[in-house]
Each structure stands twice: as C-alpha cells, then as structure tokens.
Design a protein around this ligand. Structure first.
Ligand code: NAD
Length: 284
C-alpha cells in the first residue's frame, strides 16, 4: 500500500493520519514540536475510540491495526519515500513557505503534495516547490473521518494528472471530491469565515449570547452546528489566522477579524482544543 506523509500533528494532521491509516495507507506523521509528538500516540488512541463511537462506518475499525500503520517523526527526511504528502501545519503563510522550501530537498519527482490549508493560496505555496504541477489543495473538512467530502483546489500550475490523482486519493478515503479553482478561502472558508466572524460580532455587540446565536442557526435554518460551535471546533486561533489571510488577500474590510475573537485567542481560549472557547469542554 502507498505511504502518506502527514506534516503537522495538530487538529487536522491527527485526523488525516487516522483517516489514511483506517483506509489501509502506511502513514508517517511528522511535527516540529517534540511535545506535540510525545502526546500524539495517546491523542490518536483517544480519537480513534471517539470516531468508532460516533460513526457507524468507523464502528468496525480495529484500533491497534490503525495505530500500527502510523509512524512518527520530527525529521522531514523520513518523508522521502512517501507517495503523497499532506501538509497541515499552522495557518501562517511564512511558516508554510519555509516548510515548502525545506521540502525541496526531500521530495522526489513523483510525490504529490496536498496542501490542507483553510485560506492560503495553493498557487503561492506551489511556487516554493520545484514541481508546482504536483501540488494541489485538498481541503479536508473537520472532523475528517466523519465528513463526506473534501474540496480539491486546482492551483495555477496544478496538472490534470495531479487533479485526477487527488480525486482518486480522496475516493480511496471514502470521500467525494468537489473540485474548485484556487482563490484564497476557496468556496468553503470564504463563506464560513464570514458567518463565524459575524456570529462573533453579534456576541461582541451584545445582541445575543453564543447559545442564542447558535440556536437560531440550527433551529431556524436547519444547520447541524452553529457558527460559534464550528469556530470552537476549528480552533479560534486558526479562524483568526484565516480571517487575516482573507483580509490581506482581498483587501476587503468584510474579512476584518472581530476584536472579541482576537482577544479570546490572546487569552488562550482557542476552543475545543484548549478546553474553552465560546463554550467549555470537559472532553476534547
Ligand atoms: P493546529 O494549530 O491544531 O496544528 C498545527 C500543527 O502544526 C501543530 O502541531 C504545530 O506544532 C505544527 N507545525 C507548525 N509549524 C510546523 C512546521 N514547520 N513543521 C512541522 N510541524 C509544524 O492547526 P490545525 O487546525 O490542525 O490546522 C492545520 C492546517 O489545516 C491549517 O492550515 C488550517 O488552516 C487547515 N485546516 C484546519 C481546519 C480545522 O478545522 N482546524 C480545517 C481544514 C483545514
């Protein structure tokens, strides 16, 4: 079976690693933070248990088999033999650019690189690599094992063959691809960050509390989750970083991040991953 190198072992990297391993891939999960790597085996076991309880499709998963297919590493060189690399590091253009420059010395000619970013231009990141035709956006949805689609993003130089391979890769993970063109935020996050930010402004302006805002979204419009629950799930730091990217790229004030969101991030209230955001979480 093919090998997938997953870079970044945060919210998304862990989910992507589990999803790939559950579908038979060998996985190398890499992160530059030794503390993150040390906590990963325990986190993955807890997550696999959670997904098995939450999804009938995952109920038959064999935890030890899945975890046995995942290796860990801090050194990018360990990814040299991977067929796919899925990059999930922090939503920061400069950090991602540095990583793609470092990957130049690691990746062979045939490796395909999937950028899992919320908003950053695929074309810009592909420009840091020697083979931009091999770079594609695969925007996985959170939580990855439970959601049915991935947004496949065609960068300026992405080849038709890379798009085809990305669609096959996504299909092999039991998901449907929706192919769109590159533009910051693509379809999903250009829309979702507007409603999450506006929901934060409603709380900021004292119009309603988080529970009321989310209840109207769910009960009034039939959405499964409210915008502030969604922001907590994504991570408020990632939401603010993504809004900053959109604001910078479009130079449009509609993307300016709500001050309450920025203040919460500064205070360490990052949502589900830190245990507190708009809501409090006993079990993360
Ligand atoms: P996160 O903050 O939870 O995790 C990021 C991880 O990357 C951290 O563990 C950090 O140590 C690691 N990292 C940072 N720089 C690194 C480097 N140079 N090399 C190796 N590891 C590095 O973030 P996340 O929520 O997992 O998001 C990751 C990416 O996925 C972002 O680009 C984000 O926009 C995108 N994304 C997030 C969601 C979501 O719901 N959270 C959904 C889709 C896409």
């Amino acid at each position: 079976m093919a090998t997938v190198g997953v870079i970044g072992a945060g919210v998304m990297g862990k989910d992507v690693a589990i999803t790939c391993a559950a579908n038979g891939y060998d996985v190398i999960l890499s992160d530059h933070d030794p503390d993150v790597l040390a906590a990963v085996p325990r986190d993955l076991r807890r997550l696999v248990r959670k997904f098995r309880m939450m999804s009938p499709a995952a109920a038959a998963w064999k935890t030890d088999e899945i975890l046995g297919r995942i290796r860990y590493g801090a050194d990018l060189g360990e990814l040299a033999g991977a067929d796919w690399i899925v990059e999930n590091i922090v939503e920061d253009l400069a950090a991602k650019e540095r990583l793609y420059l470092a990957l130049r010395d690691v990746c062979g000619e045939s490796v395909r690189i999937a950028v899992n970013t919320s908003c950053i231009s695929i074309t810009k990141l592909a420009a840091c690599t020697p083979r931009p035709q091999n770079v594609v956006g695969i925007h996985f949805m959170n939580p990855v094992p439970l959601l049915e689609c991935a947004e496949v993003v065609r960068g300026y130089h992405t080849s038709d063959d890379t798009i085809k391979q990305a669609e096959e890769f996504v299909r092999s993970l039991g998901k449907r691809s929706i192919v769109v063109n590159d533009m910051p935020g693509f379809v999903s996050n250009r829309l979702s960050h507007l409603f999450m930010n506006e929901a934060a402004f409603l709380v900021h302006d004292g119009v309603a509390g988080p529970e009321q805002v989310d209840a109207i979204f769910k009960l009034g419009y039939g959405h499964r989750m409210g915008p502030l629950e969604t922001a907590d799930l994504i991570g408020l730091d990632t939401v603010v970083n993504s809004l900053n990217v959109l604001y910078e790229e479009f130079q449009d004030s509609k993307f300016r991040a709500c001050p309450t969101l920025k203040k919460m991030v500064a205070a360490g209230l990052l949502g589900r991953k830190s245990g507190k955001g708009f809501y409090t979480y006993a079990d993360r």
